[in-house]
Design a protein around this ligand. Structure first.
Ligand SMILES: [Zn+2]
Ligand SMILES: [Zn+2]
Length: 186
C-alpha cells in the first residue's frame, strides 16, 4: 500500500527527506513511500483567537483532494494544531482510514530547553509520523512503552516511548496491508 507524505507549507527540507527514508524503512514490506504535493488551502482552518489550526478541519478539506490517490496520505506541517477539547495536538489520524496529519511545531527542543537539537527533532517527528500512520492502519493506543503506538501527551513521553511498533502492533499492520492488497486484486 502506498504511503504518500504531503508537506504543506513545510520549509524544513532535510527533515522532510529524513522522514521520507524513515517511513520507507518502517513500511518496507509491501508498501511504497512517495512525497506528493497537494493544492491544499489551510487558511480557513486557522483560528486567530487561538493562533492555531484546527486539524480535523484540515483533514476534512484534504479528503476532497485525494479521491484519485491510492494508499495513505499523511500531511506534514510546521504550524501548531488543535482540536477543540485539547490545547494542542501533535497530530491526528482517521482510525482505519486514509488521512493523517503531524505538526512539528511543538517537537522543537529549543521550546523546552532553549537548545536546538536536530537529532531529537528528527526522532520525535519520526515517532509521531509512525504513530499517526499506525492509526490509519487500524491501531489504537498501545500499553507497551517500547511501542510507538503508546499515547504521548507531552514531548517527554514521546522521548520515553519506543521508536517502532511492538510485535502485536506490527502484526495488525501486516494484516491490514494484506487485506488491502487482496482487495485490489478483485
Ligand atoms: Zn494516537
Ligand atoms: Zn504496540
Amino acid at each position: 500500500m502506498d504511503i504518500n507524505i504531503a508537506p504543506i507549507e513545510f520549509s524544513n527540507t532535510s527533515l522532510l527527506s529524513s522522514i521520507f527514508s524513515e517511513v520507507q524503512k518502517a513500511f518496507s514490506s509491501g508498501s511504497r513511500t512517495n512525497i506528493i504535493s497537494l493544492p491544499l488551502e489551510v487558511k480557513s482552518a486557522y483560528y486567530s483567537d487561538r493562533g492555531q489550526y484546527f486539524s480535523t478541519q484540515i483533514i476534512a478539506d484534504t479528503i476532497k483532494l485525494t479521491g484519485q490517490i491510492s494508499g495513505k496520505v499523511l500531511l506534514l506541517v510546521e504550524f501548531d494544531l488543535f482540536v477543540p477539547v485539547f490545547t494542542y495536538v501533535f497530530g491526528e489520524a482517521q482510525l482505519n482510514g486514509k488521512h493523517s496529519i503531524v505538526s512539528v511545531s511543538r517537537l522543537h527542543e529549543e521550546l523546552y530547553s532553549g537548545k536546538t537539537n536536530e537529532n531529537l527533532l528528527r526522532e520525535r517527528t519520526k515517532k509521531e509520523v509512525l504513530h499517526e500512520l499506525g492509526h490509519n492502519f487500524g491501531l489504537t493506543h498501545c500499553k507497551d512503552w517500547d511501542c510507538v503506538m503508546h499515547q504521548s501527551q507531552g514531548v517527554e513521553e514521546i522521548d520515553i516511548k519506543g521508536s517502532y511498533y511492538c510485535k502485536n502492533c506490527s502484526k495488525i499492520i501486516d494484516i491490514h496491508n494484506h487485506i488491502a492488497a487482496s482487495e485490489t486484486l478483485f
